[in-house]
Write a protein that binds this ligand. Structure first.
Ligand SMILES: [Zn+2]
Length: 288
């Protein structure tokens, strides 16, 4: 009896407090650990990485991958539900209206494609790239008489604009558009009857480029010279499926029409996207 009471006293006065203390300490460590991993995860999500450790890098990588997968799934779902895709494309820039155009695209969170030349500021091309648009190749000089006089001239001009883009963005673009489009007849004036467009269209593909013409012409390089006419030309030519719209960011009235075109597209169940190497190409028939 006496022995049992001694054991009870030992348990209540010594063992129990020790056990409770140990349990408390263990709980404290567990909670601290959970809180720390939450903070690390939150920091990783915010792009912060103050603490250098393999665990932080790993969790940041996983969160980024998950976010990208979510975004891609969301985009695929939107495209599947939409009437069609609109690829807004702008040739001949950058020019003095390109920054205003980028502001409009930013406002609506719409991505577009810029077929750039040797003109304009490097900073504008950098902005196009940094804001998630596709920077693609058009021509360094855009001089028909020079580029279509020989295959050699054409490719040295293309290499020039390609180098410019690579120097600014750090990325080599393999997406391009022929000045005048692949269907142009202007090349006939300068190519000494060599049917240069037939050669060039084959040769650019052999060199790994994807060339894009268009299937919605805003006619902003032709008769359309007001935002209203550019808008009407574009929206009246939209169809279900893929729409590659030709515009020029060196034409102020064309840039002015963009907000209205985007609002029309969104209200009519179209999605907007930038051209990538995965985008199905739109080609004209070659006439020379
Ligand atoms: Zn052009």
């Amino acid at each position: 009896m006496e022995k049992r009471r001694k054991h009870q006293i030992l348990f209540h006065r010594i063992l129990l407090p020790v056990l409770l203390t140990l349990l408390g300490v263990a709980l404290f460590f567990l909670i601290s650990l959970l809180m720390a991993s939450d903070i690390i995860a939150a920091d990783a999500k915010n792009g912060k990485q103050d603490v250098e450790c393999g665990f932080c890098e790993e969790s940041m990588k996983i969160i980024k991958e998950e976010e990208e997968a979510e975004k891609a799934a969301e985009k695929a779902r939107k495209i599947a539900e939409a009437r069609g895709i609109i690829y807004l494309t702008f040739d001949d820039g950058p020019g003095e209206y390109t920054n205003a155009l980028l502001d409009t695209l930013e406002k609506y969170d719409v991505k577009a494609t810029f077929f750039v030349t040797g003109n304009g500021d490097d900073a504008v091309i950098k902005r196009e790239f940094d804001e998630g648009h596709t920077v693609a190749l058009h021509s360094l000089s855009h001089q028909y008489a020079h580029i279509y006089a020989s295959v050699e001239n054409y490719f040295s001009d293309l290499a020039g604009v390609s180098d410019r883009v690579k120097n600014i963005t750090g990325v080599e673009s393999k997406i391009m558009r022929f000045p005048g489009g692949s269907s142009n007849l202007v090349s006939k004036r300068y190519d000494h009857k060599t049917r240069i467009m037939s050669t060039l269209t084959r040769e650019v593909e052999a060199r790994g480029y994807h060339y894009f013409d268009w299937n919605v012409d805003s006619d902003d390089a032709g008769k359309a010279n007001s935002p209203e006419v550019v808008f009407n030309n574009v929206v009246s030519r939209l169809k279900d499926g893929e729409n590659v719209v030709l515009q020029h960011d060196v034409k102020p009235y064309s840039v002015e029409a963009v907000a209205q075109i985007i609002e029309y597209g969104l209200a009519n169940n179209f999605v907007f996207d930038a051209i990538t190497m995965e985008t199905p190409v739109v080609h004209h028939s070659v006439n020379n």
